[in-house]
Design a protein around this ligand. Structure first.
Ligand SMILES: [Zn+2]
Length: 275
């Protein structure tokens, strides 16, 4: 199957990324004239889905094959259609190949200095940069890797400080930096982004990846949290999203008997600094 796809998508210069995963140029990006030479579309043949991490073009591989394949074979198409699951698109944990450089202070480099200035505004000091392996890519985006219990990278959070946008590659339904989770500690803290978690620099932070509640009751994170008994749940929020934080609290109250507190992240980061 993989060989047939490599042939059919030949004009998009496909290559095998690793087992059952192909990376190639994105037809949508090509037609938009964006990054003509970059290969940013990943096909996951285990899940039969694809995703371009530049333009977010995603869906079932069968559709990609039918629409953009150079050679069309009915048999292959049928096989691709079987069990393709769109809901898996979000869950594909294919990490892009990014050459990361560790963030080391270099006062002669304006871009690096800018990154440090930004991190400082979030109360992220140099020791935290080193502790959490904060890095940057070739475009000087901030990259925060997530490490699992085996200290393998299982996610990448990328923040473009020029336009304020961020992206996360990895499984949204897993705990960011799960190595840093201590089930014997009876407090958990929900935060919006990995950088917020680093600002707090404590165990048991759970990154929500956005202001709204991304935790569904059938998700792995929810099941995991539900299986443990916490005394205290803290929701740390940015001041402009207090309403959303309170909605999230109401959601949690339905399922957890813990004490649930909504707290501003801003105040806390000042407190952290004073300690
Ligand atoms: Zn694209």
């Amino acid at each position: 199957m993989i060989n047939e796809l490599l042939i059919s998508f030949k004009s998009y210069k496909p290559e095998v990324l690793y087992e059952n995963n192909i990376i190639m140029k994105c037809p949508k990006c090509l037609s938009n004239g964006y990054k003509k030479d970059k290969k940013k579309l990943v096909i996951n043949l285990n899940k039969k889905v694809f995703h371009c991490w530049v333009c977010d073009f995603s869906g079932k591989v069968s559709f990609l094959y039918k629409t953009y394949g150079f050679i069309f074979n009915e048999e292959i198409y049928k096989k691709l259609k079987q069990n393709g699951n769109l809901s898996d698109v979000q869950k594909t944990s294919v990490l892009p190949k990014i050459y990361l450089s560790p963030l080391i202070m270099d006062i002669n480099n304006e871009k690096i200095t800018e990154i440090f200035r930004y991190l400082e505004s979030k109360k992220i000091t140099y020791d935290k940069v080193l502790k959490y392996n904060i890095s940057f890519d070739y475009k000087y985006n901030i990259v925060v890797p997530s490490f699992n219990n085996e200290m393998k990278i299982d996610g990448l959070y990328i923040k473009d400080i020029a336009n304020g946008r961020s992206k996360f590659f990895g499984n949204f339904d897993s705990i960011f930096n799960s190595y840093n989770f201590d089930t014997s500690n009876k407090t958990i803290i929900f935060v919006e982004s990995p950088l917020d978690a680093i600002t707090l620099d404590t165990v048991n932070t759970i990154v929500l990846h956005g202001v709204k509640n991304n935790i569904k009751i059938d998700s792995d994170i929810f099941k995991f949290l539900y299986s443990l008994n916490f005394d205290k749940i803290i929701i740390k929020y940015d001041e402009d999203v207090e309403r959303v934080a309170n909605e999230f609290k109401m959601f949690l109250l339905k399922y957890f008997r813990s004490e649930i507190i909504v707290e501003s992240l801003e105040n806390e980061s000042i407190l952290c600094n004073m300690r």
